[in-house]
Design a protein around this ligand. Structure first.
Ligand SMILES: Nc1nc2c(c(=O)[nH]1)N=C([C@H](O)[C@@H](O)CO)CN2
Length: 118
């Protein structure tokens, strides 16, 4: 199944980082998500109940990142993937998590993971 639902450039202020100073501040994270979903069903019903609601997923991702306070981007990405697959029934996803302020000479640094079967 090649259909998907997208969330691009979701900005979240959260505590993340391995250094002591990073535990005292929030930093900007930017989330890009592609989530497998059969869009033929909502496409036929025109009912959001059948859709993967990107607004609800965005809220849950934001809340998860703000309460988790992970050290590593890898930990955050893994936890988000588990939550999205379990809570929304998403069969596969590609998640990119960027930390734009981490390396001043780079536009952004980050990690990308894919989970599940496409
Ligand atoms: N692969 C990673 N490398 C680093 C991470 C990370 O989360 N994943 N984090 C840091 C620090 O927290 C850094 O962002 C502080 O500027 C270093 N390397």
């Amino acid at each position: 199944m090649t259909d998907s639902v997208l969330i691009e450039g979701l900005a979240v202020e959260a505590v993340i980082g391995v250094y002591d100073w990073e535990r005292e501040v929030t930093q900007r994270l930017v989330v890009d998500l592609e989530m497998g979903w059969d869009n033929r069903i909502p496409g036929a019903s025109d009912d959001v109940v059948d859709a993967l609601d990107y607004a609800t997923v965005s809220e849950r991702v934001t809340h998860w990142l703000q309460q988790a306070r992970p050290q590593l981007l890898e930990t955050a990405a893994e936890g988000l993937a588990v939550m999205i697959q379990a809570d929304f029934g998403v069969p596969w996803l590609k998640l990119t998590l960027r930390k734009p302020g981490a390396v001043p000479t780079a536009r952004a640094v980050g990690v990308r993971i894919e989970r599940g079967l496409q």
